[in-house]
Design a protein around this ligand. Structure first.
Ligand code: SF4
Length: 315
């Protein structure tokens, strides 16, 4: 069941009297109890798509079209005050750097209890019990003692778990995890992903995973959207994506994954938002480019039941 739906989102930035488009007709949906990954290189628009959902865009960002439907409301129509009530309580962010979300001056427990108080209106012993439960769920040992620690006494992985515990304490229906394991080493990365998978299954939470790491997607996500230069170029169930990737960019990304053989690289660089590229924005780097690709924008072709790909080769 779809809990959030982004449809034809168009967004750009005003910079020095010019408008630069950053997102083109971005559409995807999140389902309860499923992890949807948006994958792509830095600057492709994946984080800005996620921040649009949270209403946390820079001041010069302008949404020029589209809808983000959650709870029978278009989030883009809500006032900053209404968005504030949804953010944290119903849709929570797990950032790349957890230190940006933890106040170094207060104990982690104080911060968690404040969240429980604001979002669940619970205080005292009952709130403390909830905080211990949240720490248990994210596998922080000796919860009662650790709640009295300050953020600097936590390792990177523990801080990330504390942030996830705060999202759980709000009973958030959607977790947006923006490169949640990039700053962590491999074993801790696996533990954090296990915790997110556990939450997804046990609490039926919808998770949006923003990442550049296709291996992480393959091991954890249920659905994947591949983004290139502001557009979603392929969308598929994860198993199908890895078995029969369709878009030339997806194929190139998969060939660049280390698998013991020779790594293949993708020629050239992704364009900046200031570069105006007619037709398919991948065409300057695509080895299958045709005349039509340089003039027209390929729409998303349906190539499987839930599999879409924006490439003229499917025509
Ligand atoms: Fe390559 Fe053309 Fe397909 Fe774009 S539309 S990915 S340029 S073949």
């Amino acid at each position: 069941m779809s809990v959030l739906e982004v449809k034809n989102l168009n967004l750009g930035f005003n910079c020095e009297d010019r408008f630069w488009q950053a997102l083109y007709d971005v559409s995807f949906s999140l389902e309860k109890g499923k992890m949807h990954a948006i994958v792509g290189e830095s600057g492709c628009g994946k984080t800005v798509s996620a921040m649009s959902i949270l209403g946390l865009l820079p001041k010069n960002a302008v949404i020029t079209g589209g809808t983000i439907c959650f709870d029978n409301k278009n989030l883009l129509d809500l006032s900053p005050f209404e968005m504030q009530k949804i953010r944290g309580a119903k849709i929570a962010l797990i950032p790349q750097d957890p230190m940006t979300s933890l106040n170094p001056l207060y104990t982690v427990g104080d911060q968690l209890l404040e969240v429980i108080n604001i979002h669940q209106h619970i205080k005292g012993d009952e709130a403390f019990k909830k905080a211990v439960e949240a720490f248990d769920m994210v596998q922080i040992p000796c919860a009662e003692t650790r709640l009295k620690s300050y953020p600097h006494e936590f390792s990177g992985g523990m801080k990330q778990r504390a942030i996830i515990a705060m999202a759980l304490a709000c009973n958030a229906e959607i977790l947006i995890a923006d490169e949640p394991t990039t700053a962590l080493d491999v074993t801790i990365q696996a533990q954090i992903m296990n915790i997110l998978n556990d939450i997804k299954t046990r609490l039926n939470t919808a998770i949006l995973l923003i990442t550049h790491d296709l291996a992480l997607v393959g091991e954890n996500a249920d659905e994947v959207s591949v983004m290139y230069s502001g557009r979603i170029v392929e969308n598929a169930p994860v198993k199908e994506f890895f078995q029969i990737p369709n878009h030339p960019y997806s194929n190139a990304l998969l060939k660049a994954l280390p698998d013991g053989g020779k790594l293949e690289t993708i020629e050239g660089y992704p364009p900046s938002i200031q570069q105006i590229i007619p037709g398919c924005r991948f065409h300057p780097r695509c080895k299958y480019v045709m005349d039509i690709c340089k003039k027209n924008v390929p729409l998303l072709y349906k190539i499987g039941e839930n599999h879409l790909s924006a490439c003229f080769l499917n025509e």
